[in-house]
Design a protein around this ligand. Structure first.
Ligand code: SF4
Length: 435
């Protein structure tokens, strides 16, 4: 059955892949983690692709997680739901495939607006080894061409938090149209950005002379970009490892760049495209100058609240390294430890190169040991998941929820001040409380 989107649980998961060694030392931990599972990504993906539907094949727990993550949002026509796997399915007493086909048929008959359906795997569907990729192929041919059916896993066994977006986009890439052989070079921005941020970037690219720009994912299933060997792509998010691999398998070439956070990161990110597309440097600088100056002014506004303050990052969103770079270089914050669930050194090379040489980097988590290090260091502010924030606040430590960094538009020049404010606000609030 399809349940209305429902609610809440943090999940401890184990194990992660080890990246190649970095030039600088990295503390690697493989203990218990406190982080959301990849289903959470549906919260921003369903808003982005407006004619898609995300059908979680999961349990009541999964449905509860989604409702909790969605907060009090009420949809007349929700764009995600959960097909609940009942105990009889788990015990192998029912044919889950037949049930799934029934649920999908009912959903698509009722909702002709759905053009792209994602079957999203979860821990329970993994437990009963439901082959969602075969189900997606079967259903896709049944409902083609009106609806395309794809699948990916958001299971807490396999994914954390932002990896849900990675898994979703990686599933989408093989179905993208191919670029014509004689197509001119084009720019592809990979990763979900808020529509307003996307529009700002599109205007800037046009103004510097790069008109052929597409975004993955597009806002509608029928507008997904073509891809091929003439595609040059910029990652908009640092957690898109599998998507990057899939895009490159289609011939696209990545433009190395820092991530577009803060004035410096945004300039570096745009510069990478400008250089690749032969934009004259003078023109580039003249076009971005007003927005860059606005960003610097907005960031400076928060400098007094943040300069010299000590910050500790628990691993959560995979945004930690570019945000640490921004807070350190543009706001003068001191980095005690920057933790990240996975350290993708190739995609993060430009950001890592801008961190102070003595920054402690950690990858993965052993939550108790990390909490001990955090308490010993007594930072001014801690970035962490919801599960850690309350106990730390109770101990008098100021926190910032990592999930806010994913839900808030923070990329680009116009959002640089908002990003600084996200960190300044809790510190200013605590200072007021203490007065
Ligand atoms: Fe919990 Fe797994 Fe469902 Fe995520 S996918 S809500 S971790 S049961």
């Amino acid at each position: 059955m399809i349940a209305a989107p429902h609610n809440a649980s943090l999940r401890a998961a184990q194990g992660c892949s080890a990246p190649a060694a970095l030039a600088r030392p990295v503390l690697r931990e493989r203990g218990q983690r406190e982080v959301f599972c990849g289903l959470t990504g549906i919260m921003w993906l369903h808003r982005k692709i407006q004619d898609a539907f995300f059908l979680i094949i999961g349990s009541r727990t999964c449905a509860h997680l989604m409702q909790s993550a969605a907060g009090v949002m009420i949809f007349a026509e929700p764009r995600f739901g959960t097909a609940i796997i009942e105990e009889k399915d788990l015990a192998g007493l029912a044919d889950a495939n037949e049930e799934l086909d029934r649920v999908v048929t009912r959903l698509l008959e009722r909702r002709p607006d759905i053009k792209l359906l994602f079957l999203v795997g979860s821990c329970p569907s993994e437990v009963i080894k439901l082959d969602l990729s075969r189900a997606a192929t079967r259903l896709s041919s049944q409902f083609s061409p009106a609806v395309r059916v794809l699948n990916y896993s958001g299971s807490g066994i396999e994914t954390t938090f932002t990896q849900g977006e990675d898994a979703c986009l990686a599933a989408l890439v093989p179905s993208l149209p191919s670029q014509a052989k004689d197509a001119p070079a084009s720019l592809l921005i990979v990763g979900v950005l808020a529509d307003a941020v996307e529009d700002q970037f599109r205007r800037l690219f046009e103004a510097i002379g790069i008109a052929d720009v597409a975004f993955l994912p597009a806002r509608r299933a029928g507008d997904m970009p073509a891809i091929g060997s003439k595609t040059r792509y910029l990652l908009a998010q640092p957690f898109l490892n599998d998507t990057a691999r899939a895009v490159e398998a289609r011939g696209a070439i990545r433009l190395p760049a820092p991530f577009p956070l803060g004035a410096e990161g945004t300039e570096g990110w745009l510069q990478a495209a400008a250089t690749a597309f032969g934009v004259p440097q003078q023109k580039f600088e003249a076009v971005i100058a007003p927005a860059k100056a606005r960003a610097e002014r907005a960031v400076n506004h928060h400098r007094d609240a943040l300069a010299g303050r000590r910050i500790f990052f628990f691993p959560d969103s995979q945004l930690e390294i570019p945000i640490a770079r921004f807070l350190n270089r543009e706001l003068g914050m001191r980095l005690i430890e920057v933790g990240t669930p996975y350290l993708q050194q190739e995609h993060l090379a430009a950001d890592l190169a801008l961190l102070p040489a003595d920054t402690v980097l950690s990858e993965g988590q052993d939550v108790d040991r990390q909490l001990d290090r955090c308490r010993d260091a007594a930072p001014d502010i801690v970035v962490c998941g919801l599960g850690l924030a309350n106990p730390l606040e109770a101990e008098g430590i100021t926190t910032k929820w990592a999930i806010e960094l994913v839900f808030t538009p923070i990329q680009g020049f116009e959002q640089a001040g908002d990003l600084a404010e996200l960190f300044a606000r809790p510190l200013v609030r605590r200072a007021r409380l203490e007065v």
